[in-house]
Every structure is written in C-alpha cells, then in structure tokens.
Design a protein around this ligand. Structure first.
Ligand SMILES: [Zn+2]
Length: 277
C-alpha cells in the first residue's frame, strides 16, 4: 500500500501498523499512536483491527487487538482507560484508579468524549472512524489529553473545553500545549447539508471561509480539521504548535476505517497516549 504523509509516520507496516505524529514523537515523556484497520484478528466487516466493543464484534478478538496494538506501540495493556463517546463535550480527568475502564472493566460513566491526565502510565483511549481526534500535550506541566470531535463536538468547541479543564486542573498555559488534529475525514470528502453547515456558520468568532465551502445543490464541504485548529487557537494555543493531519480517512480507506467509505459496516480505530516518564 502506498503511504505518503508530511505529518505522520506509518510504523510497523508489516505487522501491527500504527501512525504517529512527527511533532509528538519529539516529546520524549509521552508515547502515542493511532491505529489502522490492519494487523488485528477480527473477522468479517471488522477485518482486522477493530477496537470497539460496542459494534457487534467478538469481545475476545477486540481484547486481542488491544494487546497487539499495545505491544506494537510499546504500551502496557493494563494501563488503558477508555472514553465513552456520544458526541457531547464532557472532559474527564482520569488517574491510575481508573485503569481498565472501558477495556477490562465496564464503563462507569456515560458521555465522556475527552480524557485528560497528568499521571504517569495512564494510557488514554478514544475512538474514531472519520471523526476528528485531538491530541494535547502540555510540555511544561507534563499533562496530556485526547478528544473526539465529530461535527457536533467541533461546533460544541470540545477542543476549547479540554484546554480550559487542563488550565484549571493542571495549571496548563495554553501557549505550552502541543496539539495534533486528525486523521479524519477531510474537506475533500466531508459533504454536509445546509442544516449542518449552518451550525458552523454560527461560530461567528471564527473565520468560516477557512472551513465552510459551499457546493452545488445546497451542499457544503466542511474542513473539520481547520475548524478544530481555529477553536484551539481561540483557546490560546499558538498556530505553530498545532499539526493538522494530511491523511483523509475516506481517501485512505484501505488503511483507515472510514464510516462513510464503508456505509457504516466497519470497525473502529483508536488514538492512544500515555505519559511514560
Ligand atoms: Zn478525502
């Protein structure tokens, strides 16, 4: 498979592949990764790397997929803590007391679309198949966050909510945040109707011409990644600290799960990140 990206690297392509951001790999106290649809043991429409327990896949296969992914990235399976995403904007602080939640233990909360921590060896896990992952690393206070931003979370400014919660809990200065946005369905492929586009036009403090592109028949193309980047900048993150992925999930649907490319018959990818030293 051809792989080309200026922002991300494809690791372990022949075994259990995962993506990393070049910008985040420079930060030595964290490990991070983004899974692909390859390298797992799931079957049928989930072939082969599916990380979702709630889409009808065999749970034993999903656990095995997590173990393979953790082994490939160099993370301890027992440190995982998962979100419970439903397109809202609640941000949860997690600690070592929460290890295993959503993986080997039942979910103990609803409506968790973002996770943050400042503890070592707590691996945040969030889920994607076209929606936009947001990565946050506070390089001064040594704290991290992951957020799931579909169109609802994006217009709900979940990125800003993560920054604010990191400010209040960890004394994070937004100027010290290194962020990454994506991979997600990109402006080439993300077509929406007028009602959805109007939600983006309502973000009147942002530069809408940068992320809303009117097309024919009252359709619009939305650049979710650029919109999230603008939300982060409004929250105080310098533009030069934000990397935007150049990999569209739908255009790369042999490598990545895309809800739209598969008409919803699909597995799910995850973003993972942990403070390791
Ligand atoms: Zn595309």
């Amino acid at each position: 498979m051809d792989f080309f990206s200026k922002t991300m690297k494809l690791n372990n392509a022949d075994t259990v592949p995962f993506l990393t951001y070049n910008s985040l790999e420079e930060i030595k106290f964290i490990k991070h990764g983004f899974s692909t649809r390859l390298g797992g043991v799931s079957k049928g429409i989930f072939t082969s790397m599916n990380l979702a327990f709630n889409r009808g896949d065999n749970p034993d296969d999903v656990v095995e997929n997590y173990k393979r992914l953790c082994n490939s990235i160099g993370l301890d399976f027992d440190t995982l803590v998962a979100s419970a995403q439903d397109h809202h904007t609640f941000v949860r602080n997690v600690t070592r007391e929460n290890l295993g939640v959503g993986i080997t233990k039942p979910r103990d909360m609803q409506s968790v679309d973002a996770l943050i921590t400042n503890e070592k060896n707590v691996t945040l896990v969030t889920y994607y198949a076209d929606c936009t992952p947001l990565f946050f690393v506070d390089t001064k206070q040594k704290a991290i966050g992951l957020a799931h931003a579909g169109w609802r979370g994006t217009v709900g400014r979940i990125g800003q909510k993560v920054v604010e919660k990191m400010q209040s809990l960890y004394s994070t200065n937004p100027r010290d945040l290194i962020c990454a946005v994506g991979p997600a369905i990109s402006k080439c492929c993300y077509e929406v109707d007028k009602a959805c586009a109007d939600e983006f036009y309502n973000l009147t403090d942002l530069n809408a011409s940068g992320f809303i592109f009117p097309a024919e028949n009252e359709k619009y193309y939305i650049d979710l990644l650029e919109c999230n980047s603008q939300v982060l900048q409004r929250a105080g993150v310098p533009r030069e600290n934000i990397t935007i992925s150049d990999l569209c999930t739908k255009c790369n649907s042999e490598l990545l799960w895309s809800h739209r490319a598969t008409s919803g018959r699909r597995g799910t990818m995850c973003a993972v990140m942990s403070i390791v030293e």
